[in-house]
Ligand binder design. Structure first.
Ligand code: SF4
Length: 143
């Protein structure tokens, strides 16, 4: 059976920044995969709930390349936590032979097509999604 990573909030677990549990939605394309759940923000050491955070400029690739930072709504620099969470997700993917990742869009970690900046979605990829894609893991965007 093929293995894939999945954002933990997509399977009804309480790990979102605001502490809200999302109702289970449709996981298009995930049938037939053994799914391994990760939450890069909590795996990086952040609590739940936690202040909202955003990538200050560029996107997740910029953060990985040390050209941008992740800042929380109180001005705290949480870049290191985001990088640890991304590296943890990558290690789990590689260890388990996962070649795909089903990720929650619009997150500064898991966003595939969009991230939030200044209260609105903008085109861009999150930190974990960027790191996984750099290692040839196929990203599936879940709204
Ligand atoms: S989108 Fe990713 S980082 Fe955010 S709560 Fe879901 S799994 Fe965690």
């Amino acid at each position: 059976m093929k293995t894939a990573i999945i954002s933990r909030c997509l399977i009804g677990e309480r790990c979102r920044w605001d502490g809200r549990i999302m109702p289970p939605g449709e996981l298009t394309g995930a049938d037939g995969f053994r799914l391994i759940a990760v939450c890069p923000e909590m795996d990086g050491g952040l609590p739940c709930p936690r202040p909202a955070s955003q990538i200050v400029s560029g996107d997740g690739f910029s953060v990985i390349d040390q050209k941008s930072s992740v800042i929380d709504s109180f001005g705290g620099n949480v870049t290191d936590k985001y990088l640890v969470g991304a590296e943890t997700a990558l290690k789990i993917a590689l260890k388990n032979g996962a070649k795909s990742a089903f990720l929650k869009d619009k997150s500064p970690s898991c966003g595939v097509r969009r991230i939030y900046r200044d209260g609105k979605p903008v085109p861009g990829i999150g930190v974990t999604a960027a790191l996984l894609s750099r290692h040839n893991i196929k990203l599936e965007c879940i709204e």
